[in-house]
Ligand binder design. Structure first.
Ligand code: NAP
Length: 249
């Protein structure tokens, strides 16, 4: 069967674990060369690369903090020198620092905005010339239902994820004439380290708030990212695809 991402070069941020790892493995299965960014999880990122190579795919890991403008610029330069181009960018790296607004520190607000929102800006900015020259390409930004609906205790996170939606729509308008599609995925509760840190009662409420009656799996998000990264989504841009079991209906 024809692979959906054959010959494509994909850069995925935060791909050493969680949803990013799932997207990296799914992309490799579909024939993409996968460039795996990590920040703290060097060994896990290398393990993802080894798993992909063991299955006949191509992968390399790149360590840098997406919130660091200069470090992201240097990494993009190195990647373009070695691989020549990036066809698909997935801005997945993200963190939470939850607290009610009364207790939320300035630092916790800044950290979440810097990684979740500015991190995506940094990669898009440094790869914009690449995409303009290519005259094709896909950018997929991982938002969240929190960015669509808001969530108590997540003012910083929801603001960053709503910001991702504005960024997505604006860049879609800027790059559309060059045939570059820019979309966001808004996952609901997905079983990863991020949600494992939540109390059981919160996860149970999350499950009950879906129409499908279950939490999301990493593969649910990876499948959507494969679709949006593939030629099957060539006429889709500026959209927010909620992959949330119906939570945000
Ligand atoms: P996770 O398991 O906690 O993983 C977070 C990932 O982000 C890790 O790979 C981490 O890399 C990376 N990261 C964090 N800070 C970074 C930085 N400064 N530079 C580069 N990478 C960095 O979280 P997840 O659940 O997979 O979440 C992935 C994305 O989906 C996030 O954007 C999250 O907001 C979004 N999302 C998740 C859910 C959910 O329920 N899980 C729901 C909606 C949206 P290192 O370990 O290498 O530092």
């Amino acid at each position: 069967m024809e692979k959906l991402l054959e010959g494509k070069i994909a850069l995925i941020t935060g791909a050493g674990r969680g949803i990013g790892r799932g997207i990296a493995i799914a992309y490799a299965k579909q024939g993409a060369t996968v460039l795996i960014n990590y920040n703290g999880s060097k060994e896990r990122a290398e393990a993802v690369c080894e798993e992909i190579r063991a299955n006949g795919g191509t992968a390399e890991s790149f360590g840098f903090n997406v919130a660091d403008y200069a470090a992201s610029e240097k990494a993009v330069k190195d990647i373009l020198e070695k691989y020549g181009r990036v066809d698909i960018l997935v801005n997945n790296a993200g963190i939470t620092k939850d607290n009610l607004i009364l207790k939320m520190s300035e630092q916790d607000f800044d950290d979440v905005i810097n990684i979740n929102l500015k991190g995506a800006f940094n990669l898009i900015k440094h790869l914009s010339r690449n995409f303009l020259k290519l005259r094709h390409g896909k950018i997929i930004n991982i938002s969240s239902v929190s960015g669509v609906m808001g969530n108590p205790g997540q003012a910083n996170y929801a603001a960053s994820k709503a910001g991702i939606i504005g960024l997505t729509k604006s860049i879609a308008r800027e790059l559309g004439s060059r045939n570059v599609c820019v979309n966001a995925i808004a996952p609901g509760f997905v079983e990863t380290d991020m949600t494992n840190a939540l109390p059981e009662a919160v996860l149970e409420r999350g499950k009950e708030s879906t129409v499908l009656g279950r939490l999301g799996r990493v593969e649910d998000i990876a499948d959507a990212a494969v679709f949006l990264g593939s030629g099957m989504a060539d006429y889709i841009t500026g959209q927010v695809l909620c992959v949330d079991g119906g939570m945000a209906i």
